[in-house]
Design a protein around this ligand. Structure first.
Ligand SMILES: Nc1ncnc2c1ncn2[C@@H]1O[C@H](COP(=O)(O)OP(=O)(O)OP(=O)(O)O)[C@@H](O)[C@H]1O
Ligand SMILES: [Mg+2]
Length: 263
């Protein structure tokens, strides 16, 4: 049985894409069979994995489009293997058009669930990189997912930024789109090592959510190596394996594996 984790947060630039790809690479290091899905029309994850979102075909767009148009889309043909050993279901810019077509589609929240039916059992983990919005594509991700991982930037007022995604998760549960949707945890990212701010933010997040939600113990520190690794189409695990940021994501992967063992 696969475990599907959506990486979601409506705020932009908090580390969703970086977390998705780095976690995928860390799970591969632990001998897990992993599929990552780029559900963001920006295509950042596709690029980060070493593919060109402007020149790749077919993509998840084709699978969703076929389903919206009433055909059974062949999702397997849109899955590629990355150099780092995880599989990728890439995005392309046209994915932004799907949001509108979904509006008039039957069971519009379940289209992603349908197209993943054929492949979900082939993987240990499926990670879905969401766009910084709360549109129908994100709702599709939250509907098919077993859990949500929420990256939060370690800065003042960060805890407030999580309120919208929390309330969306609650709505998805309440409307029975996905009554069992869990929160895998909150991950603090982009912490500045030189200040005590990250610890202050961590304390605030723990005070606000810690009773109900797992807060990942590793905090991901700020490092220019993340952007550099993205530019060359690699995860930081390959680009600079000894970087503390790489180790933080290995620790996150270990926490996830331990939490899901035997489950
Ligand atoms: N720990 C980190 N330290 C420094 N830079 C980081 C870190 N994590 C991510 N970045 C960089 O910050 C930028 C935004 O990160 P990323 O693209 O992962 O965020 P995102 O939440 O996916 O953004 P969007 O909402 O636009 O999809 C990227 O340039 C990325 O390389
Ligand atoms: Mg992103």
């Amino acid at each position: 049985m696969s475990k599907i984790i959506a990486i979601a947060m409506q705020k932009g630039g908090v580390g969703k894409t970086t977390t998705t790809i780095t976690l995928a690479a860390a799970l591969v290091e632990q001998n897990q069979h992993v599929l990552v899905i780029d559900l963001d029309p920006q295509g950042n994850l596709t690029q980060h994995a070493g593919f060109d979102p402007d020149n790749i075909s077919p993509t998840i767009y084709d699978s969703l489009k076929a389903e919206v148009d009433g055909f059974a889309g062949d999702v397997k043909s849109a899955i590629y293997t990355s150099e780092e050993g995880f599989d990728l279901l890439p995005s392309q810019p046209e994915l932004s058009l799907i949001e509108l077509s979904l509006m008039n589609t039957l069971s519009r929240e379940q289209v992603l669930t349908t197209i993943l039916d054929d492949v979900r059992d082939a993987y240990d983990y499926i990670l879905i990189d969401c766009s910084p919005s709360l549109g129908l594509l994100v709702i599709n991700a939250l509907t098919v997912a077993d859990s949500v991982l929420i990256p939060i930037q370690a800065e003042y007022l960060a805890a407030r930024g999580a309120l919208m995604i929390m309330s969306t998760i609650e709505t998805v549960r309440r409307k029975k789109l996905n009554a069992n949707l869990e929160i895998e945890g909150i991950l603090l990212t982009m912490a500045d090592a030189r200040t005590t701010l990250a610890r202050d933010v961590e304390a605030a997040i723990i005070a606000q959510y810690g009773d109900d939600i797992h807060i990942f113990n590793p905090i991901v520190r700020r490092s220019i190596r993340f952007a550099e690794s993205a530019a060359v189409g690699q995860s930081i695990l390959t680009y600079e394996p000894t970087n503390p940021g790489a180790q933080a994501y290995r620790d996150v992967a270990a926490e996830i594996l331990a939490a899901n063992k035997g489950g």
